[in-house]
Design a binder for this molecule. Structure first.
Ligand code: NAI
Ligand SMILES: O=C(O)/C=C/C=C(\O)C(=O)O
Length: 484
């Protein structure tokens, strides 16, 4: 049987890569190759950038209402095709289909609708100098921008980047992860159906080496919105250091979860388990370092283990599955390597610790048990390095200050969740933790208007709401003096 070939989307048309090279695309739940992804080259990239450049004058001058109309049509089409998109995402990524539908695809449509509306509401500032002058700020689109997205939340993060870029009048060259290219390919077909003008969005497939790096240093690219690993973010920063491009880098996390004795116990156990293991722990926001107040440490860890042990692990295509496969064999091996390391560092496994041998269709899949490790110091590699998989650690703390200091003892600074019914303590601690996002008695509760991003090795810049609209526009101040 011939494999399905994914295509690039350049200048409004689905196209094969010029030199005919493809990469194998595996289904993580089975380990089998099920599609081929273009390994595009710099000629393909040139076509994509040129198409975006040609489309820019018309798109940047398109009235906001019209841009919003096209974007809303796209969001409608995502909703119409939500079941197919969710299935495609579950096959391509290994995530449970119910999660794909309720989180990934739901959010993809919401991202586009949110920024469609935002562009009709966006306004710029004016600053009056009483009786002397008036300043007003123009916020013009930048031109051709690059959006590079990872494999963990494929369409969710792809649309989170391209929606504000398009809504503000830029044209885009977007590169999805070569590990999960399918939903972006299906999305390209929806762009054609929605009547997005040719060249406004171009989707080019390939690896970081063949397309990602050349795209970022391309002289016509004015800004780069990137989500992925911290090392890749550093490479992009270094490679573009002399080019004066705008950069928004959403990178890794090693996020602390602070559980206090006065938390709502039952609910907190459930939510802390979700924060650690949602999407098999492959979300940059997952709470992988769990700190528990000593007086409830034993009871809480036992309840957490029991909660995790009842997760339904299985074929991502079954509606009841809560925990699926890891995204790829190399990633599974990386995660298993960290579980080995945790034990070498003196950690005790409270649950999990191994690859899962599945039966039937999923026998060759990349499944790893959700794993909880106790007994490690804060400074060990297991507690300092991003694993990005279903592995979390538990440690006890005695005081608020100790909890904050353990939370902040990290090169990363993305997200923190705090679980306590003492709201004054939550306010105090939220101010002290060094990260871009703090959730109190919740996790991954998202309001798309809020600034989203991290400190330290977790990146620079913020996405979301006005932050994203500002990132994708260039402010220009005009100062007019009265009666000079
Ligand atoms: N959202 C996050 O925080 C993510 C973190 N990671 C972390 O990064 C580790 C490595 O995963 P990868 O898939 O290799 O992530 P990655 O950072 O290599 O990939 C993210 C995207 O960047 C592209 N890319 C790779 N090298 C590039 C370069 N030099 N210039 C421009 N684009 C480039 C990739 O093709 C992909 O589209 C994971 O194990 C995990 O720890 C991975 C994915 C998402
Ligand atoms: O915007 C969100 O809600 C979530 C974003 C998640 C990431 O950026 C990630 O996991 O990489």
């Amino acid at each position: 049987m011939s494999l399905k070939k994914i295509q690039n989307y350049i200048n409004g048309v689905l196209t094969d890569p010029i030199d005919g090279h493809y990469l194998d695309n595996h289904e993580p739940a089975t380990g089998l190759v099920y599609a081929l992804t273009p390994e595009s080259n710099e000629q393909d990239l040139k076509l994509a950038v040129d198409a975006a450049e040609q489309a820019f004058p018309a798109w940047s001058n398109t009235p906001a209402e019209h841009k919003a109309k096209v974007l809303n049509r796209l969001a409608d089409l995502i909703e119409v095709h939500q079941n197919d998109l969710a299935k495609a995402e579950a096959i391509d990524n290994g995530k449970p289909i119910t999660l794909a539908k309720n989180v990934d695809i739901y959010r993809a449509a919401a991202n586009i609708r949110f920024f469609a509306q935002a562009c009709t509401q966006y306004s710029s500032e004016s600053h009056s100098m009483e009786n002397v002058a008036i300043n007003y700020t123009l916020r013009d689109p930048l031109g051709v921008v690059a959006c590079i997205s990872p494999w963990n939340l494929p369409l969710y993060l792809f649309t989170w980047k391209i929606a504000p870029a398009l809504a503000t009048g830029n044209t885009v060259v977007a590169k999805p992860s070569e590990i999960t290219p399918m939903s972006a390919y299906l999305f390209a077909k929806l762009c054609i159906e929605a009547g997005l003008p040719a060249g406004v969005l171009n989707i080019i497939h390939g690896t970081g080496q063949s397309i990602g790096a050349p795209l970022t240093i391309h002289p016509k690219i004015k800004a780069i919105s990137f989500t992925g690993g911290s090392n890749t973010g550093t490479s992009i920063k270094q490679a573009t250091a002399n080019q004066h491009k705008k950069l928004s880098l959403e990178l890794g996390g090693k996020n602390p979860t602070l559980v206090f004795a006065d938390c709502d116990f039952e609910r907190t156990v459930k939510e802390v388990a979700r924060a650690a293991f949602a999407n098999q722990g492959q979300i940059c926001l997952c709470g992988s370092r769990i700190y528990i107040e000593r007086s409830i440490y034993q009871r809480f860890t036992q309840a957490l283990v029991a909660e995790v042990n009842q997760l339904t692990i299985g074929d991502p295509l079954l509606a009841e599955t809560q925990f699926g496969a890891l995204v790829s064999q190399p990633h599974m091996e990386k995660v298993l390597g960290y579980i080995e390391l945790a034990q070498q560092e003196g950690g005790q496994l409270l649950t999990g610790g191994s690859q899962l041998e599945m039966q039937g269709r999923c026998a060759g899949g990349y499944f790893v048990q959700p794993t909880i490790v106790a007994g490690l110091s804060n400074s060990c590699r297991t507690n300092q390095e991003e694993i990005f998989g279903p592995v979390c650690t538990v440690q006890a703390f005695d005081t608020d200050d100790q909890a904050v200091s353990m939370a902040n003892d990290s090169a990363y600074g993305l997200a923190c969740s705090i679980w306590s019914q003492d709201i004054s303590r939550c306010h105090r601690l939220a101010k002290k933790v060094n990260c871009g996002i703090v959730w109190v008695n919740c996790w991954l509760l998202r309001d798309l208007r809020t600034p989203f991003g991290g400190m330290k090795a977790s990146g620079s810049g913020r996405e979301g709401g006005l932050e994203a609209m500002r990132f994708f526009t260039e402010p220009k101040n005009v100062c007019i003096q009265f009666n000079p």
